[in-house]
Design a protein around this ligand. Sequence first.
Ligand code: PEP
Length: 268
Amino acid sequence: MKRKKIIVGNWKMHLNVHESSLLLHRLNQNIKVHRNIEVVLAPSMLALQPLSVQIDRRKFRLAAQNAYFVDEGAFTGEVSFSMIRDIVHYAIIGHSERRLYFNEGLPLIRDKVAAAIRNDIVPILCVGETKSEYEAHETKRVIHDQLTTAISNLASREIDNLVIAYEPVWAISNGINFANHVIAKPDQVAGVVTYIREIIAELYGDRASEAVRIIYGGSSNAENAYSYLVTEGVDGLLPGGASLNYLEFSGIIAAAARVEALALKEAK
Ligand code: PEP
C-alpha cells in the first residue's frame, strides 16, 4: 500500500502572528506544489486563523499543537477541537512536552484523540520514551502503553487515517543545537516503527497496520532528513527546531521529494 509522505513542522511556542505570516510567506516562495507529499504547518493557536486565510491550500495544511477534548463549556483558557475544526486538518496530540510540562497523562491523551476524530481532525499522535526509559531498555513497554491507551476508543476504520509520530524524547533538540547532541539512528527508528505496526496489526489487522502513517521526530533537519525518509516504514518527519528556518524546512521537503522520485523510478 502506498502511503503519502507527510512532513509536519511544529513551531511550538515560537513566532508571533506577524512572524508566523512571514515564515509562511518564505515557505511559500521556496516550496512548490508536491502531489505526493503533504506539508503540514503547526503554528501557535493564535496564528492558526490568520494563516488559514493566507495559506496556499495546494501546498500546505494546518495542524493545531493542542486542543481540549470537551467541545464546549466552562473551561477557562482552553480551545476545543470543535472550535478549530474548520481551520485545521491535523492536531498534534501527546507531544512529550505536553506530557512533561502540562501533566498530560494517558487517559487525557486518549480523550483528545477521540475528540479530534469526533471533529474530523486527524490526530498526529506522538509516542516516545524518555532518556531514562531508553537506558532501562523500556522503549517497547512505553510505546505499547502510550499507543494502546491513546487509540483504545477507536474503531478500525478510524485508525486508517491516524498519523503516529515516534519521537524519542532523548533525541528532541529543544531548539538547542549542540554539536554532539544525540540523535536517533535510522535503524533504531526502523525497529520502533516496525514494532508500532505490529501493535496496530495485532489490534486492528494487517490492513490498518499497512494504512497507518508513522513518522519520526527528533532533531530532524535538511541534512539528515533523507536518511530517515528512505528508512523502511517511515512515512515522514515531525521537525521542531528545523521547521522555524525556511531554508531548513524547505530542505526537508526537497529530501522528501528526492525519496518520492526514487520510489517512482524503482516502481517503473
Ligand atoms: C519535536 O519537539 O517534536 C521535535 C522533534 O523537535 P526537534 O526537531 O527540535 O528535535
